[in-house]
Design a protein around this ligand. Structure first.
Ligand code: COA
Length: 442
């Protein structure tokens, strides 16, 4: 008979089993970790970075984004260079830019050096394409930039080769001009473009707790009064109850990352021993988590959005992957269409058309290039299958010339002409030779 051991031993073994389970779940997944400079500058940082190194060794793909705000302040102070912070953004003068780059690379360098102590290879790189913010409401932000593109393929190649990429808060335009980027935003955008499993904001702050903030009913609190987690609707209610608080910008970035496909964003105090490990390897968590539901960002198309949807479909129509549609045909069946929206812009669309006898057709699935590979397509299909079930349909089919393999991955199966509803069979264009795929919804 198996000996059970005493209570403390059993608890330890259960913890080890729990860790194995999480390791299996996260192996090969990407975590983007933004670390505030105050944490990097803290005497306990070597302990924190050793934990990061161990995560990397266990097969989790890590991307590090060091914050440089306080280091930039220090360096500008030393050289007596004035700058202006306007609505939380540093309006970066040409004079300040070389010093900002010095600070950004100094902080990135510190991270790389501390990883060397754990025998981990890291690379600091220029994977961010940026452009200037320009003049906003009469304020010239000069060398302050916004992220235009993350060179995800190149970042992935670096991780495939076993390195940890470190992204300083600098981006470059196509001509090589550098721009100063807000690192929280940089981390949030990088996480969404990489399709990261998790995004961490490692801060040295006290977190969000009562009575500092008005907390909506039903939001879970830790025993110390800290807010454990927010669903996106809870977060909206929280913002409404706590207007005009600039420090909530971090939660806003977390919300945007979730809306762009990152399922979980964690805000942790990096000075607390083991905060990162507790968050990843236990179901207790330690800071504040913002999580999205699987279908956030997806909603029915509005009547006035036909042009936006045609724009998303256009490149695929031009390549003969999708059938052409007009504004009129789209308007006629606008109730069938759904869209995926981020920051007021539509980046993907799809439709479910109903046929008699409990059958539906999934059509016009299109995800724009900028948001491809992030799981948006599978979420659109999941949303439409749920919609079909609620409509009482028992199966959905799709006709496709070039995307059959992808639909097979989404649980569809090959079928023939006889399985189509009569009306569709009659309209089937033999010359197009589309493949027919079906998914049972039971
Ligand atoms: C196919 C499509 C909907 C996928 O959307 P997505 O949000 O990028 O989906 P995923 O997140 O699952 O990523 C796509 C994955 O499928 C693969 N894929 C893309 N197109 C594929 C195709 N035609 N056949 C097989 N696999 C394909 C990609 O390589 C990627 O794999 P990876 O993540 O291992 O790199 C999108 O690429 C698209 O809009 N294609 C053009 C329109 C189309 O074919 N519509 C379907 C006919 S109705």
């Amino acid at each position: 008979m198996m000996e059970k051991g005493n209570g403390a031993e059993r608890a330890k073994i259960e913890t080890i089993r729990e860790v194995f389970q999480y390791l299996r779940q996260f192996k090969g997944r990407t975590f983007v970790i933004k670390i505030d400079f105050t944490v990097i500058d803290d005497p306990h940082f070597p302990v924190f970075i050793t934990d990061v190194a161990r995560l990397h060794e266990s097969g989790i793909r890590i991307v590090l984004v060091p914050g440089a705000k306080e280091r930039i302040d220090q360096i500008l102070g030393v050289y007596s260079i004035q700058d202006r912070i306007i609505r939380g953004v540093r309006a970066t003068s040409a004079e300040a830019m070389p010093f900002i780059m010095m600070a950004a690379f100094d902080v990135a360098n510190r991270l790389m050096t501390s990883l060397s102590g754990s025998d981990i290879n890291a690379v600091i790189g220029n994977w961010i394409r940026a452009r200037g913010m320009g003049v906003v409401d009469g304020v010239d932000f000069e060398s302050a930039g916004i992220v235009e593109r993350v060179l995800t393929d190149r970042l992935r190649a670096v991780m495939d080769n076993g390195f940890i990429p470190i992204l300083p808060c600098i981006g470059w335009n196509a001509l090589g001009r550098p721009y100063n980027l807000p690192s929280n935003e940089l981390a949030a955008i990088t996480a969404s473009r990489l399709g990261a499993e998790k995004l961490f904001f490692i801060t040295a702050g006290p977190g969000f707790s009562v009575p500092e903030y008005q907390v909506p009913d039903g939001v879970p609190l830790s025993p110390s009064g800290g807010i454990s987690n927010f669903s996106l609707p809870d977060l909206e209610r929280f913002f409404a109850l706590n207007p005009g608080r600039e420090e909530l910008d971090l939660l806003d970035k977390a919300r945007r990352a979730c809306e762009a496909g990152v399922e979980r964003v964690h805000i942790l105090d990096g000075r607390v021993d083991g905060a990162l490990l507790k968050e990843i390897f236990s179901n207790l968590g330690s800071g504040t988590m913002v999580y999205s539901n699987r279908y956030s960002g997806i909603r029915p198309m509005r009547r006035n959005e036909t042009i936006d949807v045609l724009r998303v479909m256009k490149p695929f129509v031009e390549r003969g992957i999708l059938l052409p549609r007009t504004e009129e045909t789209l308007a006629e069946s606008h109730g069938d269409f759904i869209v995926f929206e981020v920051d007021d812009a539509i980046h993907a669309s799809a439709a479910l058309h109903r046929y008699p006898d409990g059958v539906g057709e999934i059509a016009a699935v299109a995800v724009d290039e900028q948001y491809s590979h992030l799981g948006v397509g599978p979420r659109l299909i999941g949303y439409l299958c749920d919609r079909a079930r609620r409509m009482g349909l028992s199966r959905v089919f799709v006709l496709t010339t070039q995307t059959a393999d992808w639909f097979l991955k989404q649980g569809f199966e090959e079928a023939d002409l006889s399985s189509l509803p009569e009306k569709k069979r009659a309209a089937y264009d033999l010359s197009r030779r589309s493949r027919i795929l079906i998914k049972n919804l039971s």
